[in-house]
Design a protein around this ligand. Structure first.
Ligand code: G3P
Length: 276
């Protein structure tokens, strides 16, 4: 499974890249706001075009998703083309992120504008990451329209399931992939019992129909969820730096390291010094 960093903060992307395990970057307007706010706080002005160029160069040729903000097909297509035209030459790694359904109201007739835009942009060879996926059927349509990636928001599925059943939680809390029972039945959003279950359902469908679109599991907030995303068949997990940095934690690793270090004999450490 590939690991992307879910961040628009250059220092975080640099740090994750320095670990040697980074396969790409995802951004969204909220992450850009966070990056801009912290630069402002540090008294720095931001030139957005230079800043995006910096992100693209830092990612060193690995894919970087840049999100459109339009809510109708024509605007999304125009923004997608403009972003790609302006920035792809920098490091040849721009992916355009398009919401699966950019409607602001549930009864809005623009329901298919995201899908139409994905179709049009993909047909022009622009790689698309279709975002805000909450159902397997949204993923099927996005793949059918030509998306290179679909992004199920696993953590936000769990947030929703907990909210509808009145369970108190912190954002990073683990939610069981097999779901939770309340009363007689399992808590579900129309048959989806957890964020990881959403990833797993999409993976099963894509495998059954040999769909090549990659599953980019997003909104992952803890290490166990990352493991379960891999087990469920995600091609990619996009993670905040804070989650990437929890992936190596285990108290027994720490304990073992300490006892091995305590046992080092001078002859062995001396030999290593000589060899270096
Ligand atoms: O990539 C999606 C991500 O930024 C959303 O994460 O944790 O805010 O649901 P979260």
């Amino acid at each position: 499974m590939k690991i992307f960093i879910d961040s628009a903060t250059v220092s975080e992307i640099k740090k994750a890249d320095s670990y040697g395990i980074l396969d790409g970057v995802t951004t969204n307007p909220s992450l850009i706001k966070r990056a801009v706010d912290s630069l402002k706080k540090a008294g720095k002005n931001i030139d957005m075009q230079r800043y995006i160029e910096d992100i693209l160069k830092t990612a060193k040729g690995t894919p970087v998703s840049l999100e459109v903000i339009g809510a109708d097909a024509d605007t999304i297509i125009a923004e997608g083309k403009a972003l790609f035209r302006r920035f792809n030459s920098i490091a040849n790694n721009v992916v355009i992120k398009v919401p699966v359904n950019p409607a602001f109201k549930a009864d809005d007739t623009t329901h298919f504008d995201g899908i139409k835009a994905i179709k049009a942009l993909s047909a022009q060879g622009i790689p698309i990451n279709c975002t805000l996926i909450f159902t397997p059927e949204q993923a099927i349509l996005a793949a059918k329209a030509g998306a290179m990636y679909v992004s199920p928001f696993a953590g936000r599925v769990d947030d929703d399931l907990r909210k509808i059943s009145g369970i108190e939680f912190d954002k990073a809390d683990y939610y069981p992939s097999e779901g939770m029972v309340r009363g007689e039945s399992i808590i579900s959003d129309n048959g989806v019992v957890s964020g990881i279950d959403l990833v797993s359902q999409i993976a099963h469908i894509f495998a059954a129909y040999d769909i090549k679109t990659e599953i980019l599991a997003a909104s992952l907030r803890n290490p166990r969820q990352v493991r379960e995303a891999a087990f469920a068949g995600a091609d990619i997990a996009t993670l905040p730096l804070s989650v990437i940095e929890t992936l190596l934690h285990h108290h027994k690793t720490f304990e073992g390291m300490k006892s091995f270090t305590d046992d080092i004999v001078p002859a062995y450490s001396g030999m290593l010094k000589e060899l270096r």
